[in-house]
Design a protein around this ligand. Sequence first.
Ligand code: ARG
Length: 460
Amino acid sequence: PSIKPWGGRFTEATDQFVERFTASVSFDQRLYHHDINGSLAHAAMLEKVGVLSAEELAQIQQGLEEIRGEIERGEFEWSVSLEDVHMNIEAKLTEKIGITGKKLHTGRSRNDQVATDIRLYLRDEIGSITKELSRLQQGLVDLAKREADTIMPGFTHLQTAQPVSFGHHMLAWNEMLERDFGRLQDCLQRLNQCPLGAAALAGTTYPIDRHYSASLLGFDRPTENSLDSVSDRDFAIEFSAAGALLMTHLSRFSEELVLWTSAQFNFINLPDRFCTGSSIMPQKKNPDVPELIRGKVGRVNGHLFSLLTLMKSQPLAYNKDNQEDKEPLFDVIDTLKDCLKAYADMMPAITVNVEVTREAAMRGFSTATDLADYLVRKGLPFRDAHEVVGKSVGFGVAEGRDLSEMTLEELRGFSDIIEADVFEVLTLEGSVNARNHIGGTAPVQVRAAAERAQVRLSNR
Ligand code: ARG
């Protein structure tokens, strides 16, 4: 018998380099658990329709479970000449149970097998990823509640704009992640169809029951078209696109954390355990974790483009090109899990320097818009009010004083409709409290928004 499971029509051995070049076992062995589950479902289906006997099914089940144990204990010897995870496991099964092992592949091809394995694997991994994502979101919601009354400068163009609640800022991040969660759920729902039975490309002549194997594996239904089943990798692209967007969000959070931990901002402290030092500068405490996450977006974006390019122009149905789907996909998964874990651990541990954030909001004339709104309420057209406040700010810049630190006489020098009640709107608290509507930064709204976010999280 030939060494290769497909060696029947060949008259010479595979070139050694070609063997190594075409093999995927070094990276696809991580699919072993799902490959075995897929084989168990396929075998059970074959028994149900009478292609395998009950005795044969039992042998296959026992053999595959033994193999699973060997792999898990690190005893399994992977062979490059057996190319991939599928043929390694199948060859081992035959070695263990003899002729019955050779029957497992009846009515199946590696093409529908691998398409099934990746879906099963990705389905589980999306589960782990969304779990970590939820843990991070919970941390943000808790932080938002804790810091609802903490005032910081809100920015546009990275210049101080208006005071906002620190909790409000955390909830902005949470909204981005909420949409990421939705995208992952969406992807999960679309990929949850079972390709088994598509065989190589055209289906199979055996009286298979595709609904049965699909339901054994927890799929919603069998896939609709055999050609599409073995060639479709949209789900991997869709997942990676959702991942790239999620990483883009983490990169934005990271950029802010890096800024906020700098001596110049000093808004927050990151505990030592999330930082590293410098080998030459003894004073350094670097925010390596957010920096590294900011950098890892590059690799995920790259993988998304690898997958899009891999699929571009591929004719139907299966092509060996598709073996190249795994390394990018696996690395997107690993990267997302690591980055989300780091964030979920880190966010609850940050502390806010509330005096510093408050002072920063004071120093940037962040209540200037409030003064303009005040003048409008007293009857001045908004553009004129804008002008009045602009001049007041110019005076403040020259004097080194905030609007709230000027005297009533000084302010009235710019507009005599200003009265003593102006000082209520010039305070930071007055400013944030005034934005009291859904989606606004008033602490009472921040608490309500955190409550709604909590309900969404708890209902997952
Ligand atoms: N290792 C292959 C892959 O990852 C499995 C499918 C191979 N099928 C084939 N006809 N060569 O895509």
